[in-house]
Structures are given as structure tokens and as C-alpha cells.
Ligand binder design. Sequence first.
Ligand SMILES: *Cc1c(COP(=O)(O)O)cnc(C)c1O
Length: 419
Amino acid sequence: MSTHDDLFHRAQSVLPGGVSSPVRAFKSVGGTPRYVERGAGAELYGVDGETWIDFCLAWGPMILGHAHPQVVAAVQKAAADGLAFGTVTRAEIELGERILAAFPRHDRVRLMVSGSEAVMTALRLARGKTGRDKVLKFSGCYHGCADGMLVRSGSGLVSFGIGDSAGVPKATAADTVVVPLGDVAALDEAFRLHGDTLAAAIIEGVPANNGLLLQPTAFLHRLQAHCRHHGALFILDEVITGFRFGYHGFDRVAGLEPDLHTLGKIVGGGMPVAAVVGPAAVLDQLSPRGSVYQAGTMGGNPVALAAGNATLAILATGEPYHRLEELGAAFDSLPKGGVSWQRFGPIVWPWFADGPIPTSDVGLDPAAKPAYSTVYQAWLAAGVYMPPSAFEVGFLSAAHTPAHLERLVSVAAAAHAGR
Ligand SMILES: *Cc1c(COP(=O)(O)O)cnc(C)c1O
């Protein structure tokens, strides 16, 4: 028995499924989740003395790698000054300004704790603003665990093959209109039927919670045009994409003009920070200015914001993005064996089934799952930590080297070929 087995055994009698978030349980790849003691740069260190090159990166926040010295120093200083005050601090103004510098079309930011909460708040704002109840989402997009978004979502739900979550009120689910990604006819039809009752449409500009299901820019623009025409708010869920491709959102990459952006992951630098970004005309509807309620004991927590501020300050230099571009080019030039890799910026996803790489959840061949599990065990043995699910993406960080990428890709090629 490894220490991992011992700990996971003990965990099962305390935590449901032994975990604090479902995909961590390794159910979709098999075996025991690996207990991590420490991370530094691109590496994770396991409780049995293992070292893994980490491409999960805490599911996306650690774009600078683990334990970046400047980020850690900022957190230590903030912690020494007190962990929480429940009142206003300078740090929240600073993080707000740093975020707005990347979203020049907008002028307000509300800070909160999780991406799920940011999505929940954005949807409530849209409903408050429009007086409408329905929202449109895409099957295979994941927007966190708020009730109305657990309808044909990605992430843990896909790997477990659960279509929906139990416990979501029928009435709530009925207010969510679901459209397949990339399906222009279905999109047009959904707006024809429901456009005038929609408060908002929400999408991941680069859907990355169900594999990496890249959308044509024209599809995103068509969605935006429908929203404008029908008076629904266009919400770009940038919890993954915000600050991922440069010091900006995905709106800049695709030439979109969303009404609201939701942020999380990178903006907290590894701590629980999320945000809704938009124009004063919408965001000032939030309490205490307006009548749409949102609050949080830990909203704007100074220690969490120290990590976010330090991370964004480093990203603002542009240096990490140059590094990520170089790594992306190095990744593209590696021989991939028989594996199809999809890459968008520093997001990578291996596709182990036959046929073209899918662009909607309709194309997700379940044959990819056992193939991924086989490769996954080879990765772990060779010192590579990828997300433990065929339908989650890998992330490159500024702390990775071309040699790290070579290991990722060559182990996958060898294990897939020898399957
Ligand atoms: C991770 C994620 C969320 C949820 O954020 P949490 O902080 O896990 O609540 C929402 N939307 C997208 C696109 C995400 O990737």
C-alpha cells in the first residue's frame, strides 16, 4: 500500500468520495488520487517522494507555476498583517484597477470568491436588468455549480456520465435553454423561440471543460448579434480564458463585445478570487447601489487579493506571455506519434479516439476514455501529472520548459502506440 492508498482510504470515511471536488477522485482514469505535499515551478511533489511535471496547474490558475517567489512573498506579507477584516482595503481597489486595465470597454468589477459565484451573480444581474428569467447556455460548456448551470454541462459531469445533477429544481432547469456548440441552425431556432424571454446567453469563448471544443469566431459573433437583437445580455465566461492569452480577455482575441465577463482562476493567482466585469450601467445595479443582491464575508479577502495582485502585476509585464508563446511553438514542433493534440494558446488537449478532433460534445466518442486511462497511468509512472479525466484540458505555465513538453507528448505517443 502506498501512502496515497492509506490517505485515500482514510479520506473516504470523512469526505464524500474522499474529495472536496469530484474529478479529483480519479474515477474516470482509475486508481488512487495522488496526494501532493508541495509544488514549485512546473513541478508537484507527492507524499511518497514522487516528482511530477504538472499540466493540471490546479485546473488553470497557476499560469506562473507553483509557489512563484513574488506571489508567495506578497501573500506572506498580507497574512502577517491579518487574514481578514470584513471591511474595505486598498488591495481591492488595486485588483479592480488591474482587471479593468485588461477590459478597457468596462468600468466596474465586483470581487468574489469562486467562478461559480461570479456566474451566478452575472446571471442574476442579467435577470435584474432585463426582468426576464430564461438564460441560454451551450451543452458541453461548464459554468460552475450554480443550479441553473448544471444542465448539460461539462467538467466532472461528463466524466461521470451524469447528464444532470440531482437536486436542481425542475423550474430552475426549465429556465435554462440549452443549444449544442457550433450548431448555427439550433442557435437561430433557440433565439426565434425564446429570444424575447432570454435575460442572457452565456458561453465559454474557448470551451475547455469538455475537452477543448474550439468554436468558429463567426459562431460567437452570431450569438452576440442574436443577444443584441433580442435585448439579452451576452455573458462571456472567462474563468479559464481571462488573462490566459495575454493581458486581456478572450474578447480581444475574437473581437467580441460582451456585456459581462466572469473571471476566476488566474485572477486569484491560486487563491479563491473571482470577479464580474462590466459597464457601470449594469454593475451598478448590484447592491448597495442597486437592487440586485450579492454579498460575501470573504469577498475581497486581503490575503487572497495579495496573490491576485502579485500575479497580475507579473503578467502585466508581458514576459510570461512571451514565454508561453515560445512554449506553444515548441509544442507544435514536437512529433506527436499517433495522438491528435488540440492546442489553443497555452491550453492543450489530447484526443485518443479515431476521426477528427471534436468541436462539440456531440462528437465526444466515449472510446477516448479507456484510451486516456491507459496513457494516464503511463504519464503518472513517467512523472507527468495531467488532469485525471479524458475531458479536461492541460495547461502550460510560464514555468514549463520545452523538455517538460517533450515528456508529456512522447509518453502519450509511446503509451498510445503500445496499447
Ligand atoms: C472553473 C470554471 C468555473 C467555476 O469556477 P469555480 O471557481 O470552480 O467555481 C466557471 N466557468 C468556467 C468556464 C470554469 O472553467
